[in-house]
Design a protein around this ligand. Structure first.
Ligand code: ZN
Length: 297
């Protein structure tokens, strides 16, 4: 049964921040399993093997951040990779990036540099394992009656996300262009789970990628709500770039990372966010298959 939105929950949703992924706050120490996907503070992982974790962390996200209560039905091509060794992926990617004249910044940093480690880059702690998918929820278009075309400059200005406190590692606009906020070797937090519950132990375990997505106001909600997202949520160029980033990050780790939705990581935590909206896991899997076929040629 899908969950319904109780009135009080709706009020909370209407108050969602426009900046979907910032807002660190006071840390509440926890020692038990956290959230429906069971994050274990001691082992620094969610419950189950990599694929089980992905199925929990990639449950479809409905309006307002409500998640399906059933594990995600992942495309077989993606399910076959998650948690598995990457093989010769790094060498194939090096060749591809050179041929396409793609610089390190577009893929989150050099393939030769290790990923961050948990516990604020403690070399004894596990390396980054979670590839967290966000949407920017920016720009906010208020009561506009339609969304602009995907090539509209207003939707593709990445400079607004730049700076030493960029909220994520990498930003991808509607055209598939990227802005590097932080190299994937930099421990960086962007969820309530990391910032408010687990604290420094989680810093470096999660990699954060923001997909540009405009939002509009739901007329039935509060004056500043940003509940309405475009359908489809993302462009082919964004899925293609996301696949490349996922492959590059996984190559640096040595096995395929666990993809995760921000909303699933924060489910049940005060201040949880609603992103990404309308992310189609089948299109992501198709883009990844396309990339892998290209790499193998
Ligand atoms: Zn987010």
């Amino acid at each position: 049964m899908p969950k319904t939105i109780p009135p009080r929950r709706l009020a909370a949703l209407a108050a969602l921040s426009l900046a979907a992924c910032a807002t660190p706050g006071p840390v509440v120490e926890v020692t038990q399993l956290v959230g429906p996907c069971g994050f274990d503070v001691a082992s620094l992982g969610f419950s189950g093997d990599a694929l089980t974790q992905a199925r929990c962390l990639l449950r479809p996200v409905a309006t307002g951040g409500l998640l399906s209560q059933q594990p995600a039905d992942l495309p077989p091509s993606l399910a076959a990779l998650i948690g598995q060794p990457v093989g010769d992926l790094k060498a194939l990617l090096r060749r591809y990036l050179a041929r396409q004249h793609i610089g390190d910044a577009a893929v989150g940093g050099s393939l030769d540099t290790p990923l961050s480690h948990a516990r604020d880059d403690d070399p004894e702690a596990p390396p980054a394992r979670y590839f967290v998918l966000h949407d920017t929820s920016v720009p906010w278009l208020g009561d506009a009656t339609a969304f602009p075309a995907d090539d509209d400059p207003a939707l593709n200005d990445l400079r607004r996300f730049a700076g030493p406190d960029a909220v994520a590692h990498v930003f991808v606009n509607r055209r598939g262009e990227t802005l590097l906020g932080h190299d994937l070797r930099v421990p960086w937090r962007a969820t309530q789970l990391e910032n408010r519950l687990v604290g420094v132990a989680s810093r470096g375990l999660f990699l954060h990628v923001e997909l540009a997505q405009p939002r509009r106001r739901d007329p039935a909600g509060s004056a500043r709500n940003d509940l309405v997202a475009p359908v489809p949520g993302f462009t082919d160029a964004q899925y293609a770039q996301m696949a490349l980033l996922y492959a590059a990050a996984s190559a640096r780790r040595g096995d395929w990372l666990v993809p995760a939705f921000h909303a699933a990581i924060d489910e049940g935590i005060a201040g949880a966010h609603d992103d990404p909206q309308h992310f189609e896991i089948a299109r992501f899997a198709d883009a990844l298959e396309c990339l892998r076929e290209t790499l193998a040629r």
